[in-house]
Design a protein around this ligand. Sequence first.
Ligand SMILES: C[S@@+](CC[C@H](N)C(=O)[O-])C[C@H]1O[C@@H](n2cnc3c(N)ncnc32)[C@H](O)[C@@H]1O
Length: 216
Amino acid sequence: MSLNEVERLVKSKQRVADHGEVFTPAWMVENMLDLVKQESERIDSRVLEPACGSGNFLVPILARKLATVQFRHGKSDFEKRHYALFALMCTYGIELLADNALECRDNLASLFNAFLGIKDDDEWALAAHTVLEANIVEGDALEMTFSNGQPIAFPEWGYLGKGKFQRRDFRYDNLTQRASYEGTLFGQLDEEDLFVPSRTYPTMTVHQIAENVGQI
Ligand SMILES: C[S@@+](CC[C@H](N)C(=O)[O-])C[C@H]1O[C@@H](n2cnc3c(N)ncnc32)[C@H](O)[C@@H]1O
């Protein structure tokens, strides 16, 4: 590995010491994703990177999902756009440092916009912005809190078809309890009985999601 390559994986020695901030090289990310190839390519697989940095994993995962969107829905512009947004909706991250979280959202937005061939002020780009604000959290993955100390909640987005999306928010600390129920009587219960959303939204179109920029 050249000195240049090493420099791209580290922003400063201080940040490495303080936050363990060393980025994963692209070739290694691709090899790791190949180990879970089907899941990484599935449009609706929900992926969370709890220390996402600037998106070295999340960006290639979104790229794989979008390749599937092109393959499955490339012939219909309507379906292609909706499933591309849904792919983004299934991509989640937590990052402690504000500049990394912002970079991560920007990197994912650039890929999404390039895929659809749209500019930053397009309605679809604004909808993607709303999604990224909610899905890529600036916070502490160990404490499970946003940077303001409030408990992290993630949106569970669903695509209902015909241009309609659904959103329900769940607290991250509740979701992580799932494993502790396995093998107990609670393990027999349906997820619906175990996990109660902290907020449920009316169904939304892309236009309505785009209008919520900065408000959700
Ligand atoms: C080793 S880097 C990995 C970044 C990215 N996943 C990659 O592979 O390129 C770890 C990242 O986790 C962040 N981080 C450290 N502690 C964290 C915490 N408690 N919660 C969320 N993110 C954290 C750091 O700021 C850094 O960006």
